[in-house]
Design a protein. Sequence first.
Length: 85
Amino acid sequence: MQVEHPVTELATGIDLVHWQIRESRREKNSLCPKRPPHQHGHAIECRVYAEDPAKGFLPSTGRLLHLSSRRDPVSAWILGFSSGR
């Protein structure tokens, strides 16, 4: 499973995790398309890392003072942090 599987799932409408679990159990899999899935729009994944280049790019902890993100029906945000932490 690729780390970016949610991007593929958003663009194709196919739940890849569910599909792979059913495949591993050798269950009849109606999720497996007989032809390539039709892409619906676009999906982009972005990651932000806090690293210190002066220390060989080791992770750099600190406080996130402000977080602003666009919220609308076509954007999905999966965050592992919040402002002030």
